[in-house]
Design a protein around this ligand. Structure first.
Ligand code: SF4
Length: 347
């Protein structure tokens, strides 16, 4: 990816002082906390200034000066009507109540909903990028019980959408996607619409604690350095390059690197099917309802613990858990403790 960013820098020097040849961007926030554009604006390399020199931001409520109807006029720019722009959407598109739970602006005194605008601009745009997990897959804004009928951007458009999930998105993921579009065109996507060059590998496969996982050595509590698999880490089922990318251009650490867990925020299952985050896969999920096994009858709990026991036994047999190690490992006593806890909670 560095080649794309370098060639952009060379182009900037080559065309210094000449009219911008950059593609324009409309960055539209729908049902969102705006965390994705805030994350993107925190970029170190390229700097935000360089990004604004490399792309014409026709519209972004967080970057532009105009507001109200003078901001909405940007949607009618001739370049936009000709489709010479990239539409970046962050947030879900609410579909309940004819989309009226998300009004994103006004034109001639009439409210414009996110549903209307995403459909209109999404049909015109050269490319559509969904920035963040909400726009990509629904995420927290479409979480159960989802009263606004929120859906991912791809659900309201009859065209390919480039999904760049994360909660929030890593600045480099969305910027490298935009630079890739600018320099090379559409990237290869995985079956979930994510650029393969960003989401090819699981977090687990590149994690610094993989050797500890394979040796069956696990952290016993949050804050303890080590593999947090038994504390709820979703790294094995999550695709992203966080362990090597880190955050803000390698200036900050990442969740597991600071002795916490991966919560699976780049997956379509996030957040309903990966919650509670700090719990190791002992919950069952029957969409749209999640059942916490701790609250079920003892018989069910026993069944669960039998499952955990079998899970651990499987790990022992495959060599992933070494019983008798001096390091903290999950043992059958852990299962016994869990069983006692559940019995106590029934008294
Ligand atoms: Fe895998 Fe998570 Fe353990 Fe890292 S901390 S090795 S991602 S389970």
């Amino acid at each position: 990816m560095a080649d794309v960013l370098n060639s952009t820098r060379e182009n900037r020097q080559k065309f210094a002082g000449k009219p911008s040849l950059s593609p324009g961007i409309i960055w539209l926030g729908t049902n969102t906390c705006d965390g994705n554009i805030i994350s993107t604006m925190n970029t170190f390399r390229p700097s935000l200034q360089e990004v604004l020199e490399d792309f014409d931001f026709y519209y972004s409520s967080m970057i532009m000066a105009p507001e109200g109807e003078s901001a909405s006029e940007k949607w009618r720019l001739p370049q936009v009507q000709k489709g010479a722009f990239i539409l970046v959407v962050e947030g879900t598109v609410p579909t309940a109540y004819a989309g009226k739970t998300a009004v994103v602006g006004q034109v001639n005194g009439q409210n414009i909903t996110a549903l209307e605008l995403v459909k209109e601009l999404g049909t015109l745009a050269r490319w559509v990028v969904a920035a963040g997990v909400c726009a990509s897959f629904g995420g927290p804004y479409a979480a159960y019980p989802n009263p606004t009928g929120s859906v991912a951007v791809s659900k309201v458009l009859n065209r390919p959408v480039i999904n760049v999930p994360g909660c929030p998105v890593n600045p480099r993921w969305v910027l490298e996607t935009l630079y890739y579009l600018k320099e090379k065109g559409a990237p290869e996507l995985d079956p979930l619409g994510r650029p393969r060059f960003l989401y090819k590998d699981t977090v687990h496969s590149r994690c610094e604690f993989l050797p500890l996982f394979e040796a069956g050595i696990f952290a016993q509590e949050i804050g303890q350095k080590g593999c947090t698999y038994l504390l709820g880490c979703k790294g094995p089922s999550t695709r992203a390059d966080c362990p090597v990318r880190l955050w803000n251009d390698e200036k900050s650490a990442w969740n597991v690197g600071v002795n916490s867990i991966c919560i699976g925020c780049t997956s379509p299952e996030f957040p309903d099917q990966v919650a509670p985050f700090f719990k190791h896969e002992t919950d069952l999920y029957f969409k749209p309802k999640r059942i916490n096994l701790d609250s079920l009858a003892l018989g069910t709990a026993a069944f669960t613990l039998a499952g955990i026991g079998a899970h651990l036994a499987g790990k022992v047999l495959t060599g992933r858990v070494k019983l008798g190690s001096k390091k903290p490992v999950p043992t059958l006593s852990l299962v016994r403790k869990g069983f006692k806890k559940l019995k106590d909670s029934k008294k």
